[in-house]
Design a binder for this molecule. Structure first.
Ligand SMILES: C[S@@+](CC[C@H](N)C(=O)[O-])C[C@H]1O[C@@H](n2cnc3c(N)ncnc32)[C@H](O)[C@@H]1O
Length: 192
């Protein structure tokens, strides 16, 4: 697909991230720091942010899992890149307050995948064992699913593969945030 507008969305299945804002640090909130790192590489560039990206995380930690966090690059306002700023944004949203561009709803990985499939998205599971990722395979709306620092449970990957295909960035295992960075980079350098 060349010369046309193309949207990308990333979803991280976080097995432990807490679903309340009652925490002292992102690290101690069931590794919400991993979610923060993925927000950073999904949406932010050096001097601007990506308007054509939506980031999602499914938070499966206590006390009210699963919750679906989504951040729209187009709608996001008042957000810097430092960890302290995002600790405050995530704490506020998880405590029921609002932040422009950030949404929190009750939904699971399965619910979001079904919704995106119905909306016509091409769905890709990022997995070392997949076929080599080729940005030339992308369509207008693309949805990438990743595991967190623990990885994606087999039952979840099997579910995602009912709707999409498995793609790999090679035999090195990267951090989830690095994986997103590489996908963004490969898509950015497609010819116009
Ligand atoms: C830190 S890794 C997960 C590590 C975990 N120990 C495991 O076995 O899955 C986080 C996620 O990044 C993605 N990932 C990492 N390396 C990748 C690669 N080479 N190709 C595609 N996806 C990759 C996968 O979605 C993975 O679940």
């Amino acid at each position: 697909m060349e010369g046309e507008e193309m949207f990308r969305e990333f979803l991280v299945q976080s097995l432990s991230a807490h679903t309340t804002g009652d925490f002292t640090s992102l690290l101690e909130a069931g590794r919400l720091d991993v979610v923060y790192q993925c927000i950073l590489t999904s949406i932010f560039k050096s001097r601007s942010h990506r308007h054509d990206v939506v980031f999602h995380a499914i938070l499966n930690g206590p006390p009210r899992p699963p919750m679906h966090l989504s951040i729209s690059g187009d709608e996001l306002r008042d957000a810097r890149v430092d960890e302290r700023s995002w600790e405050n944004i995530l704490r506020n949203v998880l405590n029921g307050r609002s932040h422009e561009g950030v949404n929190l709803t009750k939904s699971s990985l399965q619910g979001v995948i079904k919704e995106k499939s119905t909306e016509g998205y091409s769905i890709f599971l990022l997995d070392m064992e997949g076929e080599p990722f080729d940005p030339g395979d992308l369509s207008e709306n693309n949805f990438f699913v990743l595991g967190d620092h623990i990885g994606i449970p087999r039952k979840d990957s099997k579910f995602v593969l009912r709707y999409g295909k498995r793609v790999s960035l090679g035999k090195e295992e990267y951090l989830a945030a690095t994986t997103i960075d590489i996908v963004n980079y490969l898509i950015d350098r497609r010819p116009d």
